[in-house]
Structure formats: structure tokens, C-alpha cells
Design a protein around this ligand. Sequence first.
Ligand code: NDP
Length: 446
Amino acid sequence: MMDYDLFVIGAGSGGVRASRIAASHGAKVAVAEEYRVGGTCVIRGCVPKKLLIYGAHFAEDLDDAAMFGWDVPEKRFDWAVLRDNVAAEVNRLEGLYGQTLGNHKVEIFHERATLVGPNEVKLASGKTVTADKILIATGARPFLPDLPGIEHAITSNEVFLLEELPKRVVIAGAGYIANEFAGIFNEFGSQVTVVNRSETILRGYDEQMRDRLLQISMAKGIQYRFNSTFERIEKQDDGSLKLVMKGCDDIIADAVMFATGRVPNVEGLGLEHAGVELGDKGQIKVDENSRTNVPNIFAVGDVTDRVQLTPVAIREGHAFADSQFGGNPWTVEYDAIPNAVFSHPPIAGVGLTEAQARNKLGSVKTFTSDFRAMKNVLAGRNERSLYKLVVDSSTDEVVGIHMIGPDAPEILQAAAIAVKARLKKADFDRTMALHPTMSEELVLMR
Ligand code: NDP
């Protein structure tokens, strides 16, 4: 007899969903979490980040209000107010996550757990428990390069706790996190410099969207240094940081934030005691059922480095629980996953980029709409949106939608259904426009 049917290590998006669903199928479940229930997304990722994005965007809204007749007194931003309100909301959500687990009779151990064998877990308190199945959902953490002075750098983990807003901030990397925080800091009034090792931002996104974001961001005052890397970080007597660079001039800043990818959390988990195999990036290797090479040990979410997105981890956790405890086996579909970068303005995309479609399908048609949102026109904000449909010429199927502009992620979620359902361009054309909206552009491109 085992102590539990399922023991989950890590109460983030994937672990919480798997625990709750397995328990609702009647399994006896325990979860161990050494930090805070909710994981990266809730505690120091998507959720607090999105609240900062909302906070940041007021900088533009307050400026734009004048043309709509509002007399706004001189705007002033208080970082501490937003930071503390966001922290309070995160606390509230953490409580709700804990409650959900409790309501489903999932036992929570607020401590670190390590594997001591394929069916055995040791808790930090010294207690050892056994479980029929073990799920590893320990997520990932920011990658930090090994360079002199790296201890002076921050990552997205620390950014939510900053005592003060840096006047000058350098962001290393030009992916999701870099572009989102470049926008946030810039709207709050910091001088932002983005430094990337290559010559591009947002590798993997549609080129036209990337170009548009770069152009708008530069117009907003964000600076870029491409093909550049950090040699060392020196703390100066006045508290500022000297960034000694290769590929560009040295930079003086008040903070440097590394956003150069995330690495799976596998260290010290005792995986070797159970014989769990890792891949070349240190990720836990799993099959389509999220099963590792050890038949009763599974892994979901960022620790498997499949697609590092919350909804993917949640679905992997759900599929695992239904399949192993609910008598309803299913697997996650990884095609047409919508994604977004919450930059200013945001980018969103689903399906193939134009370049990917040309490589994969050969004959491709694209349709674009390059327009200025009516709100921007009246506000005198010279910022153009760009929407693009990528269509397979031989079938007329819309295989990709890419957008940059206000509320692009909100619009794209609905449009992603059409790509997932493999609707044709003719279906878009037959759909009546909803006027006046930005999203009507999706059905008006000819
Ligand atoms: P990304 O993979 O998006 O971007 C990493 C950036 O760092 C790239 O510009 C890359 O350069 C550069 N880089 C990578 N490795 C190194 C290195 N060793 N040295 C120097 N530069 C390097 O990572 P993020 O950290 O921004 O985000 C991590 C993940 O979190 C994302 O992949 C995403 O899955 C998830 N996320 C999703 C969000 C969303 O959905 N909105 C928001 C935030 C995170 P290049 O590619 O040009 O070579």
C-alpha cells in the first residue's frame, strides 16, 4: 500500500491542475511546493506582469485623454503604489490556489521534496512518503550567464520587488520578457536599452510584426544594441553599474535585467535516484503522455521544455490526470498555439509565420492590413497597427494570423479558433464585419 496515488512536486500551473483533476477523479493526492502556491505565472510571471502592463499603459492613455476632452493634471507615477497593489493581488490569488487544492482534498506540503526512488519522495522535514505515481512540475527559472559581476543583475523574479524604479535600465535579451519589460519601464519613464546577442528581436515571430514593434519602440525612445554581449558588470562608487560590453560601447545604468531564456528546474530533485533521463537542455524527457523513461514518473510544464507557456502546462497537467486517474486518455495538441508579447503595443500570433509557411507549404498567399486605430487617429498618436493573414494557396486555409496593435492578444484568441478549425480565407470573407472595431480588419482583407 502506498501513502498516495499521486505525489506532485511543484504547485505551479501544471502541478495544481493535475492535482485538482486527479483528486476529482478520486485519487489520493499530495503536492509539495517549496516556494509559493501558484508557480511562476501567478507569483512572478504572467499575472503580476500583466498588471504592470495595465499600469504602464496609463502613461499613454493619460496623454491621449486630452484630445478626448479630458483635462488631466500633470501625471505622476508612484511605483510603490502599483508594486504593492500588485503584490496584494498576487497574495489573494495564491490564497485562492491553496483553497482550490484544499477543496479538492489535496494535501499540501509547504516544503521541498526530492525523489529517493521511483515511488518514494523525501520531504525537507525528513518525512518520507510513497506514491503510486509521481508528477514533476517544478517549472523553470531565468538563465543567468556566468560573467563577472552577474550578482548585480536582476531577472524577472526580482523585478516585481524593486525598491525604486531605475532611471536607466539595460535589458539583456530581446525575447518575450525583454520586450515586455522594455515597454513597462519605458512607459514608467526609465531610459531603456535592450541588448541582444543577435541582430533581431523576438526570433520566431513574423518578421513584419517584429519590424513594426522595433520601429514603434524606437520612436518611443527605447534604445537597442544588437550583436552585443556583456563582458562584466562593475558596481561603481555612486551605486550605478558599469556594463563592460563587447560589440557596442560600455553602458552606465542603474539596473541590468537578464531575460535570456529560462532553464528547467531539475537540480537537487534526486532524479538520478529514480533513473529519470534528461535531455540536452537539462529538461526532463517525456513522451506524448508526459511519461518519463521511468513508467510511473511523469512531468509537465516548463521543466519538460516543450512549449514554455502556462496554458500548455495546464493542459498537460489536465491530460495527465484524466488519462492516469479518470479513465479518459487524451494527449495535448501542440499545433496552432496562440501566443502574445505584451509589449506596447502588443504582438499576437497563431499558426505559421509567413516564412514558416513558405518553407513548409511552398505556395502561400498573404493579406495585410496596415492601419491606424481610430482612437490613435483622434489622439494624434502616430502608431500604426498591422494585421496579416497567411493562407495556403492550394487549400485556401488560413494557416497563420499575426497582429500588432492595441488589444491584439484579446482579438487573436478568438481568431485562433478559426486557424485551429482550419477555416478558409473564403470563410473570413463571408463573415460580416463588426463595425467600427479594429478586429473587423480580419474579415476585410482582400
Ligand atoms: P526568449 O526565449 O523569449 O528570449 C531569449 C532572448 O535571449 C533572445 O533574444 C535570445 O537571443 C537571447 N538569448 C538566449 N540565450 C542567450 C544567451 N545564452 N546569451 C545571451 N542571450 C541569449 O526568453 P525569455 O527569457 O524572454 O522568456 C522565456 C520564456 O518564457 C519564453 O520563451 C516564453 O515561452 C515564456 N514567456 C512567455 C510570455 C508570454 O507568453 N507573453 C511572457 C514571458 C515569458 P536570440 O534568440 O536573438 O539569439
